[in-house]
Design a binder for this molecule. Structure first.
Ligand SMILES: C[S@@+](CC[C@H](N)C(=O)[O-])C[C@H]1O[C@@H](n2cnc3c(N)ncnc32)[C@H](O)[C@@H]1O
Length: 264
């Protein structure tokens, strides 16, 4: 059940989204492919916090259909690498944006140590059981001192409604401990800014409407809708909130940071 709900939400819908964008036009691609609830204001905050600029090698872990990475490439000139475990989502990201996509899990990335200048991981931690393993692997791949941008749904309690299948939301305290325990320094955290411009949300809604028209009788569609409704209930009841985080990589455990001046 858990696996099929997550496959429906992150894989089946990803492929259908790419099909719908192809019907509606390329200007729909980025809004429709931001599936971690990132809006332009959230993306600007993350990009500025991470000091993205032309040529930054940005690793997007759990990139989904690639909307945030494509946005960063278009607005900031970064060179993104997308990493995503779901095969149809990988194909959708490649089709929509022509960006390099690696199909892999974030806790075992086929990437060289210290090969990325910055990393994003948006809406992913909540869907992963071993969050520390994922963060440790991002830490390995980042250059020392490099920024990490996170979008995380944080549990506020008291717990009334169940979480969507496969989701485990950390509390604020658990999140702080997770980052510290995996070698990151939390620099800043804010509530995700609300409100996308109408033209952005309308494009995303038009794609969602085409997907619903074509697939409303599919079991996977019903599962994905149920996942979304379950999350909406949690937000409405105040049990969870969406947080943006800027963290930086501290040097690996047990490895002393290099002195600024060499000893004589
Ligand atoms: C809510 S979606 C967010 C997608 C994208 N980051 C965005 O903001 O549009 C969560 C994504 O995390 C991916 N994911 C789940 N488990 C993962 C893992 N172990 N490693 C990397 N990504 C994972 C899912 O396949 C899905 O694409």
């Amino acid at each position: 059940m858990t696996a099929s709900a997550m496959v429906a939400e992150f894989d089946d819908v990803a492929g259908w989204t790419a099909d719908a964008v192809e019907q509606l036009g390329e200007r729909h691609a980025i809004p429709a492919a931001c599936r971690g609830s990132a809006n332009p204001a959230a993306l600007v905050w993350l990009a500025e916090a991470c000091e993205l600029s032309a040529g930054t090698r940005l690793l997007d872990v759990g990139a989904g259909t690639g909307g945030p990475a494509a946005w960063a490439a278009k607005r900031f000139g970064v060179r993104p690498i997308l990493l995503e475990p779901m095969p149809a989502a990988c194909r959708a990201a490649a089709r929509l944006f022509g960006l390099p996509v690696i199909q892999a899990s974030g806790d075992r990335m086929p990437l060289r140590t210290e090969s990325a200048d910055a990393a994003w991981c948006l809406g992913v931690l909540d869907t992963v059981q071993d969050k520390a393993a994922l963060l440790r692997e991002i830490h390995r791949v980042l250059m020392p001192g490099s920024p990490l941008g996170l979008l995380v749904v944080v549990a506020r309690g008291p717990w009334v409604f169940p979480a969507p299948d496969g989701n485990v939301f950390p509390t604020q305290r658990e999140l702080v401990e997770l980052l510290a325990g995996t070698g990151f320094e939390l620099v800043e955290q804010i509530d995700r800014p609300d409100g996308a411009p109408l033209s952005w949300s309308q494009r995303a809604e038009q794609v969602a409407a085409v997907v619903a028209d074509r697939h409303r009788h599919d079991r996977a569609f019903a599962l994905a809708v149920r996942q979304g409704e379950s999350l909406t209930r949690l937000f409405a009841s105040g049990q969870v909130s969406m947080q943006l985080i800027h963290a930086v990589k501290r040097p690996a455990h047990g490895r002393p940071s290099k002195p600024f001046l060499e000893e004589r």
